[in-house]
Design a protein around this ligand. Structure first.
Ligand code: ATP
Ligand code: MG
Length: 239
């Protein structure tokens, strides 16, 4: 698949979690289009369904109802194996809880998705550049338990970006970062959007982070309750 300007189309998407305590309607009938090369942000209170929506778009959890089309490929018509392969090649997911492998070093964690995809030709330079950009080069041989929360978060970001994904799905990617690192990551993502036309969906609690996107939607109880364009107020990366 081409790596730029890939649209995402979410139609009538719902996710009900069945628990011992009853059913939880985490995402309720959401329809949403993200244009190819657009940077969409998602806000909303804790428990409003942001992570669930992002996981549904990533093909990581099966919807109860509805569809997710990426570049007109219906994600949930693919077999599990096909969907995993599609994600490994096209989607970079930055998880809220990092999901790093504890026994691997920072550099090995970043390399993992391309190894899973059977690609062991990733150049050393590429990994080193990414480690430097994220300012964790000198921590590359550390395992997650000897990294700070912010460093682990940057490893998780590196792992998502290594494959040059057409679509970047970021769940609170700056939640553990100080303001300087937060700005750096937002600029990095804004540049990927502006210069390489990657499609980005980013979840955040912080308005100052959401202001880097082109458009912001707000969720409440699994539904979209607000949507606004950032055209006039969007933050720009200054040269
Ligand atoms: N695996 C699960 N099983 C059952 N319920 C779940 C599961 N995952 C999430 N939920 C519930 O679904 C709802 C939405 O959760 P979700 O994690 O999507 O919220 P969120 O907006 O990402 O919250 P936060 O800002 O705290 O990360 C919540 O009520 C949550 O308790
Ligand atoms: Mg969440």
């Amino acid at each position: 698949m081409n790596k730029t300007e890939i649209p995402v189309e979410v139609s009538n998407l719902s996710k009900v979690y069945r628990t011992h305590g009853g059913a939880v309607n985490a995402v309720c009938d959401i329809s949403l289009q993200v244009k190819g090369g657009e940077f969409l942000t998602i806000m909303g209170a804790s428990g409003s369904g942001k992570s669930t929506l992002l996981h549904l778009i990533a093909g990581l959890t099966t919807p109860t109802v509805g569809s997710v089309k990426i570049n007109n490929n219906e994600l949930y018509n693919l077999s599990d194996a096909e969907r995993t392969r599609f994600r490994c090649r096209n989607i970079g997911v930055i998880f809220q809880a990092f999901n790093l492998i504890p026994t691997l070093t920072a550099a090995e964690n970043i390399l993992l998705p391309s190894l899973i995809d059977g690609n062991n030709k990733t150049s050393r330079d590429k990994i080193d550049n990414l480690l430097r950009t994220l300012e964790i080069y000198d921590r590359r041989r550390h395992r997650p338990d000897s990294l700070s929360g912010g460093e682990q978060q940057r490893v998780a970001i590196g792992r998502a970006l290594l494959i040059d994904p057409a679509i970047i799905l970021a769940d609170e990617p700056t939640g553990n970062l100080d303001s300087v690192n937060t700005d750096n990551i937002c600029k990095l993502l804004r540049n990927l959007c502006d210069n390489e036309h990657r499609t980005i969906v980013l979840v955040t609690h912080e308005k100052s982070v959401a202001d880097w996107g082109d458009r912001c939607i707000t969720l409440k109880d699994g539904r979209i309750v607000d949507e606004k364009n950032n055209n006039s107020t969007r933050k720009e990366v200054l040269a």
